[in-house]
Design a protein around this ligand. Structure first.
Ligand SMILES: [Zn+2]
Ligand SMILES: [Zn+2]
Length: 311
């Protein structure tokens, strides 16, 4: 199961009633944060998910509304008692950005490990989650993220017995390793059922649509995508600034066959995003206007389920 919580939905500057766009993910005993603009740790506190379990931060790009909250968060995570390493993922060049921000947060009781990712890279996240990125098209290098929890195929005991595999070797096969029985090799596919669908979500922001988005968002249960501009009349401005309209975000969701779309990263001129929701739902009906506290659990059995956060 993966829990996904929208912390903020704003672009450029935090406003009194709108925090900057970021997403917090809870998987097993770990937390993973996507982007960290100014004030992210303040709104995070409202939900009681804690800071100590923050194991990874995935940054889309270096613009201040996505990274300026890092030094303060580093201190808060330190105060929470974390001593295990913290992994930061981001596009090429993000090491220099993190190093710069660390000048004002140099002494931490845990190691900060930065990993620069390139187009198509796959990487491991805590709790068995698999991450994958695609490079977008913004004014600086930007990554879109896919996070997936794979689901193991069913182990078919009857087939294992028929193949003469003793029970003490079953767990090896279950984990996908071949075993040797009386001098012959038994492959896992002999005893495992067909592949089963896992759960996945994607985070796409600060980018023009690119073909790679269809891949990172392919069949995800949840796509969180920027809609910096509501009306399609703003398309020229969106193109100029390297952003998207609601209709463009909905088109990505539709083409990728996403389960649900949550819009985020609303421009400061977009005071009531709900006014333009129909621009998206006309293309992809299962679209919601994102807000602080909007959350869901992604489960193997039931897909996306609403999650109450008290917000
Ligand atoms: Zn931004
Ligand atoms: Zn940006």
């Amino acid at each position: 199961m993966i829990d996904v919580l929208l912390l903020g939905v704003g672009a450029m500057v935090p406003l009194p009633d709108r925090w900057l766009s970021s997403v917090l993910v809870r998987a097993g005993g770990s937390l993973i944060l996507f982007d960290c603009g100014e004030g992210t740790q303040v709104i995070w506190r409202r939900f009681g998910w804690g800071f100590k379990r923050l194991a990874a931060i995935c940054l889309t790009h270096q613009h201040a509304d996505h990274v300026a909250g890092l030094p303060g968060l580093f201190h808060t995570v330190a105060n929470s008692g974390r001593t295990e390493p913290l992994d930061i993922f981001g596009p090429q060049g993000i090491q220099a950005i993190v190093d710069g921000l660390r000048v004002i947060a140099p002494d931490l009781p845990y190691e900060v490990r930065v990993h620069e990712l390139d187009d198509g890279d796959e990487f491991r996240l805590p709790d068995g989650l698999i991450g994958r990125v695609t490079v977008g098209n913004h004014r600086v290098r930007v990554l879109a993220y896919r996070v997936e929890r794979p689901r193991a195929p069913v182990f078919e005991a009857e087939r294992a017995r028929n193949a003469g595999v003793p029970t003490h070797l079953w767990s090896d096969l279950q984990r996908g390793h071949p075993v040797t029985v009386d001098g012959r090799t038994v492959q896992p596919d002999v005893v495992l059922g067909p592949p089963r669908r896992g759960v996945a979500f994607a985070f796409v922001t600060d980018t023009r649509p690119v073909p790679g988005h269809a891949e990172v968002a392919n069949s995800v249960d949840l796509l969180i995508c920027e809609g910096t501009y509501g009306p399609s009349e703003k398309l020229a401005t969106a193109i100029q600034n390297g952003h998207m309209t609601f209709a463009e975000a909905a088109t990505i969701a539709r083409d990728a066959d996403a389960g649900e779309l949550w819009l985020t990263h609303f421009g400061t001129g977009l005071t009531d995003p709900g006014e333009f929701l129909s621009e998206a739902t006309a293309i992809f009906p299962r679209t919601r206007v994102g807000f602080t506290g909007l959350a869901a659990s992604l489960t193997f059995r039931h897909g996306l389920q609403p999650l109450a956060t008290g917000a």
